[in-house]
Design a protein around this ligand. Structure first.
Ligand SMILES: Nc1ncnc2c1ncn2[C@@H]1O[C@H](COP(=O)(O)OP(=O)(O)OP(=O)(O)O)[C@@H](O)[C@H]1O
Length: 252
């Protein structure tokens, strides 16, 4: 049952997926409207599998996923209309120029062509791709492709933006630009959930940080709350994170 007045950007309950072993193991996770949420965890913790289930790329074994009150399992198209997914290996059409790509993606979402063109130019400008707007994407660098994928994900003005490792392979200038665009989106009321291994990004950008291990959320909160939880005093996020994961492994 959809409840589109829900203030929760993302509500995951009892989510589970097993491959050879459980990858996501009864996960409960909530992202508030207007919140920047960062998901941390060691390799294999189940972060990407979680996001792939949220975006409909992987079917869960059990559990529920609601996006602003839209049941993402019962109404995947309704859910996709209000979210964006940026994977760590974006698929682009090499023969398209950025403007053609954005026009194509906007068309899939039924965005009015005039509106789409304005948005496309704004996004390319914000992301520093305006000088390449009419060049074919084929020879683009990884960073340029990553930024164009982000533009493509934002062209239908989603309310929830989901990113898997968006800063991997970006140089300092590109990282800054992507951070600025995401911050601006959150200022405008969007919600973001993002995985990263770059703890400094989580520390600087996240309203709340969730730490996953073995398919479950083992800790969640603001950095000061996580420090308290880890008994880590004024330790860095890296120390706090490593302490939390070690505590979980010791308890397992
Ligand atoms: N399609 C798949 N088939 C089999 N096993 C899979 C598949 N996808 C993920 N897994 C397994 O599920 C577990 C969780 O993987 P996942 O990619 O979700 O972790 P992650 O936290 O994103 O890790 P990383 O930080 O390394 O990206 C791992 O053990 C992984 O090998």
């Amino acid at each position: 049952m959809n409840d589109i007045s829900s203030p929760l950007a993302l509500k995951i309950r009892g989510l589970a997926k097993t491959f050879e072993r459980p990858a996501v193991d009864g996960l409960d996770l909530t992202v508030l409207g207007g919140e920047f949420y960062t998901l941390l965890g060691p390799n294999g913790a189940g972060k990407t599998t979680t996001l792939r289930m949220v975006t409909g790329l992987q079917a869960p074994d059990r559990g529920s996923i609601s996006i602003f009150g839209v049941d993402a399992l019962a109404d995947p198209i309704g859910a996709k209309r209000i979210m964006a997914w940026v994977s760590d290996e974006p698929m682009l059409y090499d023969q398209f120029t950025p403007m053609e790509y954005l026009d194509f993606v906007a068309g899939l979402w039924g965005v009015d062509p005039g509106v789409a063109e304005t948005r496309a130019r704004e996004l390319l400008s914000c992301l520093g791709l305006a000088p390449h707007a009419d060049e074919r994407c084929g020879p683009f660098s990884k960073g340029m492709r990553q930024k164009l994928a982000l533009a493509g994900a934002l062209v239908h003005e989603p309310r929830l933006i989901i990113l898997d490792e968006p800063f991997t392979g970006l140089d300092a200038a590109s990282s800054r630009v992507v951070k600025d665009v995401l911050r601006e989106k959150v200022r405008a009321g969007c919600s973001v959930i993002m995985t990263t291994h770059i703890l400094e990004v989580a520390e600087r950008m996240a309203d709340r940080i969730g730490v996953m291990a073995s398919g479950r959320l083992i800790a969640e909160g603001r950095l000061d709350e996580l420090r308290l939880r880890a008994g880590a005093g004024d330790a860095s996020l890296e120390d706090t994170f490593l302490t939390l994961v070690a505590q979980e492994q010791a308890a397992a």
